[in-house]
Design a protein around this ligand. Structure first.
Ligand SMILES: CC(C)(COP(=O)(O)OP(=O)(O)OC[C@H]1O[C@@H](n2cnc3c(N)ncnc32)[C@H](O)[C@@H]1OP(=O)(O)O)[C@@H](O)C(=O)NCCC(=O)NCCS
Length: 196
């Protein structure tokens, strides 16, 4: 959805945001100045965010434009973003599937300005990305995050990721996957960028 004439702006640092009923707009993240997106991510995460394991999983990839969004409030202020990435789970071992890369979608970071948490922006962003995935060939969706949020609202689960590895430290209960056909998920493998 491209909305002509809508130019996202940023909240000034320290701006006090009143809680109220908000008419939000979701636009493609490609329509937002990348510097504003980085500023918002800096506000939502700790400064060392770029060293996170999640960043290594999709290192060198461009985000999937059709699945990545920003949310603006009614004043056209940027309040949240979501990005999705092409990744793969590469099978280990010596068998016939050794080294095979299974394509998946990495979801996140999902980020909302801290002063506006709990207003529904996070759910709106997640819903936008998950419903934009082509239902005719839905790839499994992967994220590293709080199961209390992503399982409760969107059906992500760590039930099938126990044998998966990441290129850095992680807490296994936070490696989550969402798929309609869990029986097709490879039981083991290393997650990394989609390089095919
Ligand atoms: C996680 C995040 C995106 C959620 O966005 P949000 O706009 O605050 O959440 P929503 O308003 O859509 O949802 C609010 C509901 O989710 C719950 N919730 C929010 N974050 C949660 C979390 N980390 N764990 C469990 N529940 C959570 C709230 O309690 C609330 O529940 P309720 O509806 O029963 O009251 C936001 O908190 C954020 O930007 N956090 C910092 C960045 C981050 O950790 N991102 C996730 C990892 S990529």
């Amino acid at each position: 959805m491209r909305l002509a004439g809508r130019r996202p702006r940023r909240y000034p640092h320290g701006h006090l945001i009143r809680k109220r009923s908000i008419l939000a707009t979701i636009i493609p993240i490609a329509d937002v100045d990348p510097a504003l997106v980085e500023e918002l991510l800096d506000a939502a995460f700790e400064p060392a965010r770029r060293g996170r394991t999640a960043y290594k999983v999709r290192e060198g990839m461009e985000c999937l434009a059709a699945l990545s969004f920003a949310v603006l409030d009614e004043d056209q202020m940027l309040v949240g973003t979501i990005q999705c990435w092409p990744i793969a789970l590469t099978a280990p071992g010596n068998g016939h599937s050794a080294g095979r890369a299974y394509p998946m979608i990495m979801v996140g970071p999902v980020a909302v300005l801290p002063a506006l948490h709990g207003e529904g922006y996070g759910k709106a962003l997640m819903t936008a990305s998950l419903t934009a995935i082509d239902p005719r060939a839905p790839l499994p969706q992967v994220l590293i995050g709080d199961p209390e949020y992503y399982e409760r609202f969107f059906g992500f689960s760590a039930a099938h990721t126990g044998g998966w590895q990441l290129p850095g430290p992680f807490e296994p209960h936070r490696l989550l996957c969402r798929t309609a056909v869990p029986e097709l998920l490879p039981p083991e493998g290393m997650l990394g960028p989609w390089r095919k």
